[in-house]
Design a protein around this ligand. Structure first.
Ligand code: CAA
Length: 263
C-alpha cells in the first residue's frame, strides 16, 4: 500500500483503488479551503496514476463523511468573498466530477451541506446505514453554494430537491436510498469492504469505456438531447479505435474472460 499524506486529507492506494479520506474528524471533516484544494489535488494524483482504476472518497472517524463547508471560515465573509468562495467550491467539485476515472463516495456519517454536495459530485454513492444527508443551509441564512441547487434536482428530481433545500431537513440513509440520492446502503461496519469490493468490480472492466461513459453521461447532461446523442455516437465510435473494444468483443466471441489493456 502506497500512502502519501496531505495536511487534511489522507491518500492511500490499495488494490488499484485510491482512497482519499477527508481528515478533520474534530470538525466533522468540514471543508475549509485548504481541505478542498487537497481533495482536488488528491483526485488529480489518482487520475494521473496508471496503477489506479477508481477513486474512493470518504471521511475520517465514525461520525461524519463531511458535515459541510467550514462555517467558521465562512462566517465573516463579505458578499463578494461569499460569491468567490462558492465559485471556488463549484469549480473544485466540478473537477472531481470531471475525473476520468470512477469516483465512489463511501459515506460514513453526516453528509450535510457542502458534504452532501461533495458526495453528489462523486459518480456513485455508497452509504453506511447510519449516514445522514441534507442541505441545512437555510438554518444559517444561506443556500447551497457548492452546486447543490443544481446537482440535487438532477439526481432526485426538482420536487424532492426543493423539499430538502427549503426545509433543511436531514434524512437518513434509507430515505436517501429511496429517493436515489444513495446508490446503496450497507451496515456501517461493512462500508469500507463494500466500497473496496465495488472498486474492485469496476477495475475488471474497460477503463477506456468507463472514461467515455463518464464523459457521455456527465457532459451530455449539459447539452440538448440531440447534441448529447451526437456526443454519445462520437464517443461510441471512438471506442472502436481502442484495444479494449477489440479485446472485449473477441473475448465474448471466444467465450473467455476479457483482459482489458486499458487502451
Ligand atoms: N463547519 C465548521 N465546524 C463544524 C461543522 C461545519 N460545517 N460541522 C461541525 N463542526 C464542528 C463543530 O463546531 C464542533 O466543533 P467544536 O468541538 O470545536 O465545537 C465539532 O465539529 C463537532 O460538532 P458538534 O459538536 O456540533 O457535533 P454534534 O454531534 O452535536 O452535531 C451536526 C453534529 C448535527 C452535524 C452539527 O455539527 C451540525 O449541525 N453541523 C453543521 C452542519 C451544517 O450546517 N452544514 C452546512 C454548512 S454550510 C455549507 O455547507 C454551505 C455550502 O453549501 C457550501
Amino acid at each position: 500500500m502506497a500512502e502519501t499524506n496531505f495536511e487534511n486529507v489522507l491518500y492511500e492506494v490499495e488494490a488499484g483503488a485510491a482512497w482519499i479520506t477527508v481528515n478533520r474528524p474534530d470538525k466533522l471533516n468540514a471543508l475549509n479551503r485548504r481541505t478542498v484544494e487537497e481533495i482536488v489535488a488528491a483526485v488529480r494524483r489518482a487520475t494521473d496514476d496508471d496503477g489506479v482504476g477508481s477513486i474512493v472518497l470518504t471521511g475520517s472517524g465514525a461520525k461524519a463523511f463531511v458535515a459541510g463547508a467550514d462555517i467558521g471560515e465562512m462566517a465573516e465573509l463579505s458578499a463578494e468573498q461569499g460569491q468567490e468562495f462558492a465559485r471556488f467550491l463549484q469549480v473544485s467539485l466540478d473537477a472531481i466530477e470531471g475525473a476520468r476515472k470512477p469516483v465512489i463516495a463511501a459515506i460514513n456519517g453526516f453528509a450535510l451541506g457542502g458534504g452532501c454536495e461533495l458526495a453528489m459530485a462523486c459518480h456513485v454513492r455508497i452509504a453506511s446505514d447510519n449516514a445522514k444527508f441534507g442541505q441545512p443551509e437555510v438554518n444559517l441564512g444561506l443556500i447551497p453554494g457548492a452546486g447543490g441547487t443544481q446537482r440535487l434536482p438532477r439526481i432526485v428530481g426538482r420536487g424532492r430537491a426543493l423539499d430538502l433545500v427549503l426545509s433543511g431537513d436531514i434524512i437518513d440513509a434509507q430515505e436517501a436510498l429511496r429517493i436515489g440520492l444513495a446508490n446503496r446502503v450497507v451496515p456501517a461496519d461493512d462500508l469500507r469492504a463494500a466500497a473496496a469490493d465495488y472498486a474492485k468490480r469496476l477495475s475488471g472492466k474497460s477503463r477506456v469505456a468507463q472514461s467515455r461513459a463518464l464523459e457521455a453521461v456527465l457532459h451530455g447532461a449539459d447539452l440538448s438531447q440531440s447534441d448529447a446523442m451526437h456526443l454519445e455516437s462520437s464517443l461510441f465510435g471512438l471506442c472502436f479505435a481502442t484495444e479494449d473494444m477489440r479485446e472485449g468483443t473477441s473475448a465474448f466471441l471466444a467465450k473467455r474472460k476479457p483482459e482489458f489493456p486499458g487502451r
